[in-house]
Structure formats: structure tokens, C-alpha cells
Design a protein around this ligand. Structure first.
Ligand code: ADP
Ligand code: MG
Length: 696
């Protein structure tokens, strides 16, 4: 078998390939573009395109595509072959610098929330040379950004890059204040831990709900769930192990640093974590990882479910966004250092994050809001919809000591003077309380755990980077004008802790009492997408995001529209699927079983003087349930009709929350009850126990 070190990145046009295939002059010029954003001239673009094409063809590629991330959250691609007719009837393979740098997909059907209607009918894709091109399934993929001709972002990548730039600008101001002139840039890094479910493909194909919506819309609880906790970190079944090995191999070929794999809490649930990367690359890699996960599953007779809550009553799937800020000189700004100087700087960045998360709770919450993730936030074993920060007892005690100007009771019993004292040592907290926090400090990074498993990581990081940039801007404004830096710094950190400590919570985030406590503290608890999404248009959020150049006002409004529209459409599909399954699968099956039971009962009664209590009760209960199902299906159908008559997207999303979703629950309840009384032979699709324990 080939060695990993040999095939790792073999499908990626990375530094190694660039060096090997480009002239020194072209390579240097491209590097300047990659590292410093210097515009590429057309002769260089032509040379790079030619080298990419030759390399790709040698690897068996026949097509190329610009690969982009429209606002729906998925990725988009349109493949063109390299062929070009030659005069003698043959074809030659061509790919120009122009085709590499810019594409014009006829992509007018992507949602733009009215943006393109207002500005320009078409959008174009522009090569992002910081993310390497790669080959997948015989096509050369070129990572690109997607914009309107007037420069409005129509994707998730452009605002992500802008948010990284905003944070870079403000962090550099702060570093200068600490006397640091050697750092030229700072970048954020992310390691996204990805959870997923695997189910048997044959069973999947029998469930319309999974096919249409990615989650089960019906299903009684199985006799065994996750209560034994025997799946978490348990030994991996052969079929799953084979899948994981194949997945790793495919990801490694694409240069993705897949590192850790294990079983998760729920049966059939697993996790994959890569080694962290610069955020925009981590975002590209995570999108690619999700695609490859699905594709590899097909080869193994499996289906990979990335929905946040494929099974009601069972743990959902999230994505943990491990996030840190570091300098081009290799210093992690969220890592406590060893000298007083490093520690004061660390505390300032820590304070900036605390303030950002408190000031922009709503932006963080809505950055992960989708119809799917709504089922997870606040539900079984998931972070609640309330945002809070876990710092651990020791770090919290240090902040308290600073705030109250009192001695810290840890290792040094002295007042802390920032910029003078060494920070007391504190250990990384790995308690269970930590694991229930939506935003936990884990030693040298923050882990934002509210992301849903199918979310693009871009939105969360756009809002997080922007919010932290805003804290740092305010800090820099204040400190740049200070007469005495150390005193001003101490004062600023103290005040920030005092003003924002309400967001710090080290207790059990899954405890009901926390929700009440959070309310007392004035923290927001935005339960659904319909509740939180409109908040992106609040003046405070628009002002902040536009002032850092992360979004234009028009982009913000269009995003709100798109996300709400997505929410409404997703739930509408689910509602229609439920009506269809209830009428065409569940009702006929239950009715047939009740009828067969009734005939059996009549036959028995004919044959002998018997009471047939079981048969009678079953027929009666099932008949009552079929009536309830029929009624509930009619109600739900009427609700969908009503929804279709609502034009205003805010009203429509509120209607989905207040009427459609409760009506769906009302249909599910009698159907799930009927499942428990109906013979397995008659039930029209695989049940929870089979789906959850069916992969051997
Ligand atoms: P766990 O969360 O299970 O304790 P780790 O903390 O080792 O595991 O890592 C989880 C994820 O965080 C991995 O993807 C890892 O690469 C990433 N990670 C580790 N250090 C950093 C960092 N400084 N910045 C961003 N991500 C990081
Ligand atoms: Mg983790």
C-alpha cells in the first residue's frame, strides 16, 4: 500500500507542485499574490493556468470548474471541459489565465435576496489564490469568490475574508501599543470538529423524509437509545471503520489534515476532526470534507447524514469551531504567556473576546441559525440557545481579582498588577461543565459549539471576527490616546470585566436553572431562526458590520431575506413530506393492519365463542389513531396553504414557528403512537431501531 506521506496532497496544486511546474519568476509573482494580495498580471495568470492544466490532465482531469459558496450554505460548481477544436478535426486541451482568474457562471438562480435585481443581473467568480486548486472526480476545482459586478458579495467567502482583514487591522493596532513592530499580519485559525450519522443506504432509500429533508419526520423512540453510553468512544464497527479509512484516504489526497475519528454519543453517530488551518482554508476544507463524507458513504452502501437532528429524542450533530488568533511570527494571542508583557497582552485579547461575545450575542446566535439547527439548540444534550462563555474556575478567579483589585488566592497571594506581574499558572479545564458551554475557553483557543453539523463555518467566523475586531477597535481608540499605557490598560481590562462578566458562566449549561439565571442576567435567549435572524438588521449590528467593511447594508438585508426564506422553504418541504407520508404510507398501512386484525377477529369469533379482547382493543385504538392522523394531516395541509398566501418573509417565518411546526408535531404524535401498535411487517418504512443499529 502507498504511504500516506506519498499520497497526501497528491490531488492538490500546492507549493510543491507550483515550485516544480512554474518558472522561478512566475512562482515568485504568484507567491506575492498569495501572501500579500498583490494583483496578478495576465502573463503570470496564463503561465499558472497552463501549468495547472498540464498537471491536472496528467492526473486524469478532463474538466475544470470555479468552485464557490453561495449563501445557501452548500457549494456550487459548473464544469467546463478543457477541449477546444483544432482545424484538422481533432481537439486540443486549453485553459487560459482569463479562465482561471474569472468565471461568469450563469448563476442567476442563486438566492441574492434582491441584491442582483437591484444592482446587476449577473455575478462573477474570482479566483482565490490563497486556497489551493485541487482535483476531484476528474475535474480541476478552482476555489473562487462570488460577487456581483458592483462588488457586492453573493457568497460566504468574500465576507469571511473581509472579517479576517478587519480583525487583522485592529489587532495590529493593539500589538503596536505593546511595542510590537515586527508582526506584519495576524490571522484567525479554525479546527472544526465535524459530527455525522451513518445509516444503511437501503433503509435510507425507503424513507421519503430522510430523502427529502435529511431528517426523520416520524418515528417512535427505539427500546434502546443512548442511555447506556456504550457508543461514545466505543470500538468502531468493521463497516464503519472501513468507511472511515477510505474517507481519511480521500481527504488526505485533497490535502485535508483529517486527524481524529471516533464514535459519538448517539448510536450511529461519529466525529471527524482535522488539524486546524487559517480560517478561509478551514472553511473550504470543511465544505469539501462534508461533500467527500457523503460521496465515500455511497461506495460503502451507507448514507452520511449531516442534518443537525436526524432522529428526535437522540443526540443531534454539531460542529465545534475551535478558534484562535495568531501572528505571522507564530504567536497565539489567546495563549497565556510566560512574561508579564505577554500576559497583559493575553488578558487584553481575552477581554476583547468576552466583550465581543456579550455585545454581539445575537449575531453569534443567528450565525448558526437554520431550520435544522433549531431542533438542536436547547434540545437534548446540546448547548442551549443562550450564549455564555466558560473560562474555568481559575481564570475566572484571576479576572475577579483584577476587577476587585484584590489579591488572587491562587498560587501568588498578591495583588495583580498588569504589565508587571506574571500571571499565575492555571490549568486547562476539562470538566463536564466545560463540555456543556456554547463558548468555552480551552487553554489557548475558544471553542464555539453552537454550529450545526451542516452549517458552513463561514457565517459563525464572519460574525465572531467582526465582533472581536470591534472590541479591539474600541480598545485601541482608548489606549492610543492614553497618557500612561499601563494604567490605562489596567483600567480598561478591569472595566471590561466588570461590564461584561454576566456572559461568563462556568456551571452546567444544560441545567434548566441556567436558563432562568441567564434571563435574570439579561442574556438573550433566541430560540428559533424566526426569532433571531431579523436581529441582523438591528442598527447596532448594521453599524458595526458596515463600519468594519465586512458587509454593506444591502448585503445584510439580503442575507436576512435569504436565511429566512431558506428556513420557511425547508420547513414547508418537511410539512409537505409529512402529509404525503401520512396519507400514502402510514394511513394505508395502519388501516390494512386494523382491517386484517378485524377479519382475523371475525374469523375467530365465527370459529369459537372467544372474546378477542386484544383484537378488539387494537382495532379500536388504531381506528381512533387513523382518524387523528387524518385530521392532523388535513390541518397541516391547510397550514401550508395559509403559509403560501403570506407574502411578507417576516410574517411567513413567524407563521412557520407558531403554526406549521406545532402542526407537524400534532401529526407526528398519533402516527408514532400507531407505529407502536402496528405489526412490524405492515409498517411501511424502517423504524428508529433499525436505522440506528442497522449498520454492522
Ligand atoms: P478536544 O477538543 O477533543 O480536546 P483538541 O483541543 O486537541 O481536542 O482539538 C480540537 C480541534 O481544535 C482540532 O481540530 C484542533 O486542530 C483544533 N485546535 C487545536 N489548537 C488550535 C488553535 N490554536 N486554534 C484553532 N484550533 C485549534
Ligand atoms: Mg472539542
Amino acid at each position: 500500500m502507498e504511504k500516506i506521506t506519498e499520497y497526501f496532497g497528491s490531488m492538490v496544486f500546492d507549493e510543491r507542485v507550483m515550485k516544480a511546474t512554474l518558472s522561478e519568476k512566475v512562482y515568485k509573482s504568484l507567491k506575492r499574490t498569495i501572501d500579500r494580495g498583490v494583483p496578478l498580471d495576465s502573463s503570470v495568470a496564463d503561465a499558472v493556468a497552463a501549468a495547472m492544466k498540464d498537471w491536472a490532465i496528467e492526473k486524469g482531469a478532463t474538466h475544470y470548474t470555479h468552485w464557490f459558496q453561495p449563501e445557501t450554505g452548500a457549494t456550487a460548481e459548473k464544469h467546463d471541459s478543457f477541449i477546444s477544436p483544432a482545424p484538422d478535426g481533432r481537439v486540443i486541451m486549453e485553459f487560459s489565465g482569463k479562465e482561471l482568474v474569472k468565471g461568469e457562471p450563469d448563476a442567476s438562480s442563486f438566492p441574492s435576496g434582491g441584491l442582483r435585481a437591484t444592482f446587476e443581473a449577473r455575478g462573477y467568480t474570482a479566483w482565490d489564490p490563497t486556497s489551493y486548486a485541487f482535483i476531484k472526480d476528474g475535474t480541476l476545482y478552482i476555489p473562487t469568490a462570488f460577487c456581483s459586478y458592483t462588488g457586492e458579495a453573493l457568497d460566504k467567502k468574500v465576507p469571511l475574508l473581509r472579517s479576517m482583514e478587519a480583525l487583522n487591522r485592529q489587532a495590529l493596532r493593539i500589538l503596536k501599543l505593546f511595542g510590537n513592530d515586527t508582526v506584519r499580519s495576524i490571522k484567525t485559525s479554525v479546527g472544526p470538529e465535524q459530527e455525522y450519522f451513518l445509516v444503511d443506504a437501503e433503509m435510507y432509500n425507503k424513507r421519503k423524509d430522510l430523502i427529502m429533508s435529511g431528517r426523520t419526520l416520524f418515528g417512535a423512540k427505539p427500546p434502546k437509545g443512548q442511555e447506556m453510553e456504550d457508543h461514545y468512544f466505543g470500538s468502531i464497527k468493521t463497516k464503519v471503520a472501513e468507511y472511515m479509512a477510505d474517507l481519511d484516504r480521500e481527504l488526505w489526497k485533497l490535502g485535508i489534515l483529517a486527524k481524529t475519528k471516533h464514535n459519538e454519543v448517539a448510536p450511529a453517530q461519529h466525529e471527524l476532526a482535522p488539524i486546524y488551518k487559517t480560517t478561509n482554508i478551514a472553511a473550504d476544507h470543511n465544505q469539501l470534507t462534508m461533500e467527500v463524507m457523503k460521496k465515500v458513504a455511497e461506495k460503502h452502501g451507507l448514507v452520511c447524514l449531516l442534518h443537525e437532528k436526524p432522529f428526535a429524542g437522540v443526540n443531534g450533530s454539531g460542529k465545534h469551531n475551535n478558534w484562535s488568533i495568531s501572528t505571522d511570527t507564530g504567536v497565539n494571542l489567546l495563549s497565556p504567556g510566560e512574561t508579564p508583557y505577554e500576559n497583559a497582552q493575553f488578558l487584553l485579547f481575552l477581554a476583547a473576546v468576552i466583550k465581543a461575545v456579550d455585545d454581539y450575542q445575537d449575531l453569534l446566535r443567528l450565525s448558526v441559525a437554520t431550520a435544522g439547527n433549531d431542533h438542536r439548540l436547547g434540545a437534548n444534550e446540546a448547548p442551549p440557545a443562550v450564549i455564555s462563555i466558560f473560562l474555568g474556575d481559575e481564570l475566572t478567579a484571576i479576572l475577579e481579582a483584577i476587577e476587585t483589585d484584590s489579591p488572587y488566592g491562587g498560587t501568588v497571594k498578591e495583588k495583580m498588577k498588569l504589565g508587571v506581574d506574571v500571571l499565575p499558572e492555571f490549568s486547562k479545564d476539562t470538566t463536564d461543565r466545560n463540555r456543556t458551554s456554547p463558548f468555552a475557553f480551552t487553554g489557548n483557543k475558544f471553542e464555539f459549539r453552537m454550529l450545526g453539523s451542516s452549517n458552513s463555518i463561514s457565517c459563525a467566523n464572519i460574525h465572531l471576527n467582526a465582533a472581536v475586531a470591534e472590541s479591539l477597535r474600541q480598545f485601541a481608540d482608548e489606549l492610543e490616546g492614553a497618557a500612561d499605557f499601563n494604567t490605562a490598560l489596567h483600567e480598561l481590562i478591569r472595566r471590561t470585566i466588570k461590564d461584561h462578566k454576566r456572559i461568563i458562566f462556568n456551571g452546567n449549561g444544560y441545567d434548566d436553572s441556567w436558563i432562568a439565571e441567564a434571563e435574570k442576567r439579561g442574556l438573550s435567549n433566541l430560540k428559533t431562526t424566526a426569532d433571531c435572524m431579523p436581529k441582523i438588521c438591528d442598527k447596532k449590528n448594521v453599524d458595526m458590520l458596515t463600519s468594519h467593511g465586512v458587509f454593506t447594508e444591502a448585503e445584510i438585508f439580503s442575507r436576512c431575506d435569504i436565511m429566512l426564506d431558506n428556513y420557511v422553504k425547508q420547513v414547508r418541504i418537511e410539512a409537505n413530506t409529512m402529509v404525503d407520508m401520512a396519507r400514502r404510507e402510514i394511513l394505508p398501512a395502519v388501516m390494512k393492519y386494523a382491517a386484517d386484525t378485524a377479519s382475523a377477529m371475525a374469523a375467530k369469533k365465527n370459529a369459537a365463542e372467544v372474546a378477542c379482547k386484544y383484537e378488539a382493543r387494537t382495532v379500536a385504538e388504531l381506528s381512533a389513531l387513523t382518524d387523528s392522523i387524518d385530521l392532523a394531516a388535513a390541518d397541516l395541509e391547510a397550514a401550508v396553504d395559509k403559509l403560501d398566501s403570506i407574502d411578507n418573509i417576516l410574517e411567513a417565518s413567524a407563521f412557520v414557528r407558531d403554526t406549521l411546526l406545532p402542526d407537524m408535531d400534532a401529526l407526528r404524535a398519533p402516527a408514532d403512537k400507531a407505529e407502536t401498535l402496528t405489526s412490524e411487517e405492515y409498517w411501511p418504512f424502517p423504524t428508529y431501531d433499525k436505522l440506528l443499529f442497522g449498520v454492522r
